[in-house]
Design a protein around this ligand. Sequence first.
Ligand code: IPM
Ligand code: MG
Length: 368
Amino acid sequence: MKNAERKRKILLLPGDGIGPEVFGPVMRILEHLVGWGVVSLEWEEGLIGGIATDRTGLPLPADTVEKADRSDAVLLGAVGGPKYDTLPYEKRPERALLGIREHLGAFANLRPARLFPELAGASTLKPEVISDLDLMVVRELTGGIYFGKPRGIVTEDGVRRGFNTESYSEPEIARIMRVAFDLARKRRKKVTSVDKANVLESSVLWREVANAIHKEYPDVELSHMYVDNAAMQLVRNPRQFDVLVTGNLFGDILSDEAAQLTGSIGMLASASIGGKTGLYEPIHGSAPDIAGKDIANPLAMILSLALLLRYSLDRDDLAGLLETAVRNVLKEGLRTTDIQGDGTKKIVGTREMGDHVFAEFKKVLEKK
Ligand code: IPM
Ligand code: MG
């Protein structure tokens, strides 16, 4: 096992709801990696989301931003909860998420949807539709209607109107396309670009730029699909997709759909890259309804750590071992409630699932 040269720094942001719970197993894995000298790493913790608002009055305190700036990567749990739903827009926990993504320039959000064969029975789709599923959603993360201006709520002649702007510039489209094509080169060399070019000008430009950038990648196949059709194709025949690239809002929606194909949204990790510091988070939210009950699935969080090791620390070897550890635990028949189905031998809670992954990880690491 090679030793990392420079000491890397990561920022840990457990956040709200089930965030701190699913962080438990991740801490043990990190401590083990450092204790064993497998990686040269240090970390600090920070506040984000509702808990940050509670303690500092702001969902994304300056202290957190400063810590992120001096880190190589940020690992985030989840933000939000019913307690914060009535806060003014600027103070809502979700603002912190958008704020840190934007601040870090993390414009490319990778959401791999891979089915662990053991979970074929846990999906709501037929096993023959989803077996061997392995697709990558590349979601543009710092543009589009999430950030477009003008935006707001105004009152005109006594009538209130809310509005937002979907907008993409040529360079914004070009850079996300290059991320998608580069990824496809390491996979099955197929990119599907999803838009709504039959209605939206921003999508007309999106398609044009996609075609232009494609010329740099003649070895990769590019096709286009309207977003409504893509939503349908994802449940009809998801295996037709390799890399699916799309804008911020469409990507938000389609990646939840893709997650469910793999059995549970509790399984999907994400990496947001493109800036100096990568941001890693499970795609499930804070799940306030199950928070504090020790039943949340920690696997998406653990798999997010795997992505951090792969993309920010350049340790594909360790990422692979962690993914193997997760796979082995699933093979043993251990399941959290959200992924129970055929092959379940024992239903376990967050902590117990974490214990098993940790034990398995130690085992596969020692074998190396
Ligand atoms: C996600 C989430 C966020 C988003 C919310 C919580 C702001 O749904 O990461 O997909 O819309 O990006
Ligand atoms: Mg979402």
